[in-house]
Design a protein around this ligand. Structure first.
Ligand SMILES: *Cc1c(COP(=O)(O)O)cnc(C)c1O
Length: 333
């Protein structure tokens, strides 16, 4: 592998982890099987009604050669919350973490060396049993595959240019925008495609009722920095409660910033010193510009910024270079 060349593309690894719920509606034992296509019943609830969830986390190689993941129990708990909402049976936290460890070990030759990238871990949970009426599936499948990814965002090179979307919404109150529902993304494909065709990196969505307050980018959470205060909109159902988001709030607090969850209006974001996005895939990505209708505003990025300090800290913890005072990392080997 030329680890410096890989970015964010499909690279099939050796094994997947798979576990099916038994007839009493519980997960008991899973197994590793060779990576390949899987069979699915045409009547399955996931194909017909989108009864499915996904998760995303990463394994990193430490300097000493060891392997670690970042807060996998949070992913397990978030999957359980989503499963409750979609009436799916979910694996326990122990089953989830055990599966993550197994699948990473089985694919460790695909884990980039220290500092060259990570092994992306994608757990899925879906209704695989057949249904005819509109109802949840009698059987669920939990599956994890992995995919190596490169350092696309190495050194915060990927400054973002965002377009505020004022017509389409990503999530509505009472909907499923607050869980990692597999159907959260297809409704934003068209909107993001159009924004990308105009040269933007992504779309920043507003609340669906007043179209006044920022919510999040299509696949990551958003923060603003103003002086010593770091704010992000509260995750009250229409925003995905990101694990990176939660970790950054805690790190910012430890570094002496005032970190708050509060509504952020479009006017407020234009007055920010810095704006950045957070997510497992992007880590922390600084936002260079935001455009809303005819107005475009630029923000500070690069050396010496708050975004950079937060990025160095979280990346240091994830790679094992900074002491993990909170017990966030889980060793795989
Ligand atoms: C997964 C996701 C995020 C980021 O969550 P992390 O746990 O930090 O990876 C943010 N927004 C959306 C819509 C997501 O699906």
């Amino acid at each position: 592998m030329d680890w410096d060349k890989i970015q964010y593309e499909v690279i099939s690894t050796d094994q997947i982890y798979i576990m099916k719920s038994s007839s009493d509606g519980m997960f008991t034992e899973g197994k590793l099987i060779p990576f390949g296509t899987i069979e699915i019943n045409p009547n399955s609830s996931v194909l017909n009604y989108g009864q499915g969830l996904f998760e995303g986390l990463k394994a990193h190689r430490r300097k000493d050669g060891g392997i670690q993941t970042f807060r996998p129990q949070e992913n397990a708990l978030r999957m359980q919350k989503g499963a409750e909402r979609l009436l799916l049976v979910a694996p326990s936290v122990e089953q989830f973490i055990h599966a993550v460890k197994q699948v990473v070990l089985a694919n460790q030759r695909w884990l980039p060396p220290y500092g060259k990238g990570s092994l992306y871990i994608r757990p899925l949970l879906f209704g695989s049993g057949p249904v005819m009426g509109i109802s949840p599936a009698p059987e669920a499948t939990f599956l994890i595959y992995t995919n190596p990814i490169g350092n696309k965002y190495k050194g915060l090179a990927g400054d973002m240019h965002l377009l505020i979307e004022d017509k389409f919404s990503r999530a509505i109150p009472g909907g499923t925008g607050g869980i990692k529902n597999i159907s959260n993304y297809s409704p934003v494909f068209q909107v993001t495609k159009e924004a990308k065709a105009k040269g933007f990196s992504d779309v920043l969505f507003l609340d669906s009722q007043e179209h006044k307050y920022i919510e999040e980018v299509s696949s990551c959470n958003v923060f603003i920095v103003k002086g010593n205060v770091i704010s992000t909109p509260p995750a009250t159902g229409t925003i995905l409660p990101g694990i990176t988001r939660k970790s950054i709030i805690s790190i910012a607090f430890d570094l002496g910033y005032q970190a708050k969850e509060d509504r952020v209006s479009v006017e407020e974001i234009f007055e920010a010193d810095e704006v950045f996005c957070t997510g497992t895939a992007v880590s922390i990505s600084p936002v260079k510009s935001i455009t809303y209708q005819d107005k475009r505003v630029e923000f500070k990025t690069g050396d010496g910024t708050t975004s950079m300090k937060l990025f160095d800290m979280i990346r240091g913890i994830q790679l094992g270079d900074v002491e993990d005072k909170n017990g966030w990392t889980v060793q795989i080997d």
